[in-house]
Design a protein around this ligand. Structure first.
Ligand SMILES: [Zn+2]
Length: 470
């Protein structure tokens, strides 16, 4: 007999939504059954209690647990992952925060050994490259053998010494392709941005709202076009983080239409906010890189989601904001930035996606199965299918609520999402076969979370196949 049955819901499976019951046993999905074969919930007569537990999901969708491909959790991994869990994200891929001089593989091993045990959800790791001129020989191969999911380069932040040259970009793409790691690229023209920052400050334009003037959409578009071209020359797959503008999405869609193996990610804040936030009081709460864009860019992102031109949605959760300088900021360029969004990624994307008419199947793909496939975790993660880890979200599409301070679990004092109306609500979260969140309350710790070795977790052909293309 199964340990737990989720009954009565519309289950979003890899082949589409369907009225099924989900039987869970030993932390995994045991079977999916057609509705009439299972008894209705709480039909057991008094005195005939069985050990099997049932979640009544009538009126709700049952979705695969969220897989967040882009998070920065490690500055306070406990609260960050508790927040994730409450929001229906049961797996996160987090970036390392390497120490000065620390090797890429050393940073992954340290994070895995010291920080992941404090997490409350399953974690896979991407290696951040903050010192691109110091990538040690053999580092990429070491990362692959550690089971890292990806390697992230930045084409911005020359002032921090983080900007990768085209040579480093090309060589990293080559090495990653040879070892089946995915190269993730932060696409912004760092040199142009540095020059614009200097120009604006020279003119006395220092207020918060100038932040986005320093990083216009064209700086992202240029860097995306360049990255795609270099990846073609390197014959390597590439993942473009936080796509935020129409020009970048058009480049990616064009490259994919020509057969290039490239994936694009949108982030929650770019999907729900637009740049007018920078012209209102409290603008500094919305500072993020790339900045919020025009409403037309946001519409282009949603069109790309609906058409499958973007394959993944991340939160870019910043558990700690980035402080470019110590002390009080003297200009927009010295203001802290970054948005904590791991808890609201699933709820807000489902809310806004449904409002815009995007099918639930597509939303589940971008929130869960797409990232799991790209980073080699599928079908263990991202699929409601027999044998997969039993990570499930029961989502009630009817409930309406407004984000208030007491709703969030990340332990942070503020959120730019406060006050936002949300349609639909996460009702239950099952992780590794155990009901852990029930109507906003944490009801069990759940089994210990695991470090997921990404590239060994899937078959090569699953990894090589872009999601949404059959
Ligand atoms: Zn990020």
């Amino acid at each position: 007999m199964a340990d737990l049955v989720v009954t009565g819901g519309i289950v979003v499976t890899p082949s589409g939504p369907s009225c099924l019951d989900v039987a869970i046993s030993g932390g995994r999905i045991e079977a999916l059954g057609a509705r009439p074969t299972s008894p209705p919930p709480s039909s057991g007569a008094p005195g005939r209690r069985s050990l099997q537990r049932t979640i009544d999901a009538r009126g709700c969708y049952v979705l695969p647990g969220g897989v967040d491909p882009h998070t920065h959790l490690m500055s306070d991994v406990g609260p960050a992952t508790r927040a994730a869990l409450h929001g229906g994200t049961t797996t996160a891929l987090s970036f390392t925060s390497p120490r000065p001089g620390e090797g890429l593989a050393d940073a992954v091993a340290r994070t895995r050994d010291e920080l992941v045990p404090q997490a409350e959800i399953d974690i896979a790791l991407h290696a951040s490259v903050w010192e691109p001129e110091r990538i040690e020989p053999g580092a990429i191969e070491q990362l692959a053998s550690l089971g890292a999911a990806g390697v992230k380069l930045f084409l911005a932040f020359p002032e921090l010494g983080m900007m990768a040259s085209d040579r480093v970009l090309y060589e990293t793409l080559r090495s990653c392709a040879a070892t089946r790691l995915i190269t993730l690229v932060h696409c912004e023209s760092g040199g142009v941005i540095a020059a614009r920052v200097a120009e604006l400050i020279e003119r006395g334009c220092v207020e918060t709202h100038w932040f986005c003037e320093a990083r216009p959409a064209a700086t992202e578009h240029e860097a995306v076009a360049r990255t795609l071209a270099v990846a073609r020359m390197a014959d390597a797959p590439v993942y473009l983080v936080h796509q935020s503008c129409a020009g970048a999405v058009d480049e990616l869609a064009g490259a994919r239409a020509m057969g290039q193996l490239a994936w694009g990610e949108a982030c929650t804040h770019h999907l729900v906010f637009a740049e007018e936030r920078y012209r209102r009081p409290g603008a500094e709460r919305f500072l993020v890189v790339p900045p919020l864009r025009a409403p037309s860019d946001r519409d282009r992102l949603w069109a790309a989601i609906a058409r499958g031109e973007i394959q993944s949605i991340g939160s870019d959760h910043a558990q700690g904001r980035t402080h470019p300088v110590d002390g009080p900021p003297r200009s927009f360029a010295e203001q802290p930035y970054g948005i904590a969004g791991v808890e609201l990624r699933v709820p807000l994307v489902l809310s806004e996606g449904q409002r815009r008419g995007v099918p639930i199947q597509r939303l589940a793909e971008l929130l869960s199965s797409g990232p799991a496939r790209i980073f080699g975790l599928y079908p263990r993660k991202g699929a409601i299918t027999p044998g997969a880890d039993a990570d499930l979200v029961v989502w009630d599409p009817a409930e309406e609520w407004i984000v208030e301070p007491g709703h969030l679990h990340d332990g942070l004092p503020d959120s730019p999402y406060l006050g936002l109306p949300v349609h639909g609500r996460v009702r239950q979260v099952v992780r590794a076969g155990e009901l852990v969140v029930d109507r906003g309350r944490r009801v069990a710790e759940g089994p210990p979370p695991r470090f997921l070795r990404a590239w060994q977790a899937s078959q090569p052909e699953q990894r090589r196949q872009p999601p949404g293309t059959g």
